[in-house]
Design a protein around this ligand. Sequence first.
Ligand code: PBG
Length: 351
Amino acid sequence: MGEDKKNTAAGLKAAAASDVDQITGHRRMRRTRIAEWSRRLTRETRLTVDDLIWPIFIIPGTNVLEPIDAMPGVSRMSVDKAVEAAKMAADLGIPALATFPNVEMEHRDQTGSYALEADNLINRATRAIKKEVPQIGIITDVALDPFTDHGHDGVLRNGEIVNDETVRIIAAAAVHQADAGADIIAPSDMMDGRIGAIRQALDAAGHQSVGIMSYATKFASALYGPYREAIGTSGLLKGDKRTYYLDPANATEAIRDAGLDVEEGADMLMVKPGLTYLDICRALKDTYGLPVFAYQVSGEYSMVKAGAAAGYIDGERVMMEKLLAFKRAGCDGVLTYFAPEAARQLAKGGW
Ligand SMILES: NCc1[nH]cc(CCC(=O)O)c1CC(=O)O
């Protein structure tokens, strides 16, 4: 009889407190979660607008905004439109932009020689933005993939991406980008020795204050698909990038590779893609202590947009949760296509 009574709802309710007290020893994790004020007081990491870097896509022409099918809400912009976007970003408090060009086919060749034209599309964009919106930081990528007719990040010869010749081109291109006003050079090509070569070339040209954000650990990921549509390389790319990007299975190798970039003079390190490599973010932060940034890449962005459009997830909340995850993993900031949207949410408060 007594046993039966114990297993009724009323009996369980009364017994629970003391039984569970014996188990928890009065340690109750839920006390700090009990109200919004105490959740705010005990919150360990925060995302702020200062953490956001906004990648944008530049195309030739004037007054052109070209929506990118694979990236809902993102458009390629002509230089004049990019200047307007930079103004908007600065008004939102976003500290920096990362620029990527989509150039005409006639400017793409075997060695990416358009990268060496001082007044190419990306450098024109830098000059125009710096003139009108000097307070915003500009981070330029020096990889050759927007300028090669095969979509690879370096010179392609007999089926091989040739390391040293690519490094020389990239270092020279970096000087043109710094001449145009870029504040930070961000090589995404994963060639060996590029950080040291870029540092030497920048210094020799008098650009001691121009920094280097190394795409230190860039993985051979399937998450770059929408970006390749955005810069017009998806139809061009022959083969894949596994002979120069990192194997997604390798963490130790990634940490070693980033260490070389630190020795060669990188000022900041980047992990790319972001969410699938949070362990690497934490490891780089703890190992080197340099500023670490995650690149929440195009595929990560598009998956949130697609999930939200299908009604499967709350896109806004998932966006903020994912961005916060980078801060928790030790990142100092995030390159994200969500930057303006996240900045607006943060300005509204409640996150
Ligand atoms: N140098 C290539 C480069 N620069 C930026 C991205 C990806 C960015 C994104 O997916 O958002 C890539 C990857 C690639 O095409 O291999």
